[in-house]
Design a protein around this ligand. Structure first.
Ligand code: PAF
Length: 298
């Protein structure tokens, strides 16, 4: 399969119109490049669920804060294209310039989802999610995908984008794909490359901590968020090389903290941790088990 590289949004839309006009569905995998196995697993899913696959590669400046790693963010377009050619599942790479995505310079039109970005990464990265929602809304408008695939490592991003998509009436189905992990559990991330060997060893505690939260909620029936957070923090105590950004438990609809977990609730246990310039995140999603009320009579 040959891989087409498109950088103009007009050409991208024309390509999509041709595919949709011929009755094909389009699966979109939005990325910022520096592709790893996690991204390739999204492309794999897109290829099994759609006739044509577009991978967008765009390091989106509006989702980086003033003191974040926009300049240093890895830009590896040639390697990314090579990896996609080798995988053989994508039809198009859409790799626009900043000018193409923000044609009038400093951006004035934003898509904002209230409330869902108040906690977790939204609290520690002000303005981050409106950058994400704005660029993804623009990608949806340009590419007109039938389905779009996102990694659940960024679960808050996924929930926010799903809300945006429904409320903006985008005709696209959003699909969340489980986090891909290294053998020892570390979640794959483009930022793992910043870790020193010692930080890399310690970073695996994040995955252990979110797994502990899942076990406490789903197996042990723990409903007190403070106790779960304490257990996650205890697990992180072995990490000496960085600083905790947040350790939080939020419910899955509005992404608000909740002290007491209730039956059937979807719960996100999430961590962000800073190792030097690498800010890593991880999470687990649990469903609070249904509790039997009283004794059933036969
Ligand atoms: O998850 C990412 O890589 C980015 O936030 C996204 C969705 C591609 C938007 O720039």
């Amino acid at each position: 399969m040959s891989l087409e590289i498109i950088s103009s949004s007009k050409e991208m839309t024309a390509w999509s119109m041709r595919q949709l006009g011929s009755g094909f569905t389009i699966g979109l995998v939005p990325t910022m490049g520096a592709l790893h196995q996690g991204h390739l697993s999204l492309v794999h899913e897109a290829a099994s669920g759609s006739d044509k696959v577009v991978v967008s590669i765009f390091v989106n400046p509006t989702q980086f804060g003033p003191n974040e790693d926009l300049e240093a963010y890895p830009r590896t377009l040639d390697e990314d294209i090579k990896a996609l050619v080798q995988q053989g599942k994508a039809d198009v790479v859409f790799a626009p310039s900043v000018r193409e995505m923000y044609p009038l310079g400093a951006n004035k039109t934003w898509v904002v989802v209230d409330e869902l970005g108040d906690h977790l990464c939204g609290a520690s990265r002000p303005g981050h999610f409106r950058g994400v929602t704005t660029v993804v809304a623009r990608l949806f408008a340009i590419i007109q995908p039938t389905k779009s695939y996102f990694g659940l490592k960024d679960a808050q991003q996924f929930f926010i984008l799903r809300r945006m998509s429904i409320e903006m009436s985008f005709q696209v189905e959003l699909i969340g794909i489980p986090t891909v992990r290294e053998r020892d559990g570390l979640a794959l991330s483009s930022r793992n490359r910043y870790l020193s060997p010692e930080e890399r060893k310690q970073a695996v505690a994040l995955s252990r901590a979110v797994a502990i939260a899942k076990t406490l909620i789903e197996k042990n029936g723990e409903t007190d968020s403070d106790k779960i957070i304490r257990a996650m923090k205890d697990e992180l105590a072995s990490v000496t090389l960085g600083v905790v950004d947040y350790v939080e438990i939020v419910e899955g609809e509005h992404l608000q903290p909740c002290k007491r977990l209730t039956s059937g609730m979807v719960v996100l246990a999430a961590i962000a941790y800073k190792f030097g310039k690498a800010r890593l995140i991880d999470n687990s999603i649990s469903i609070v088990p249904l509790r039997r009320i009283g004794r059933s009579r036969v």
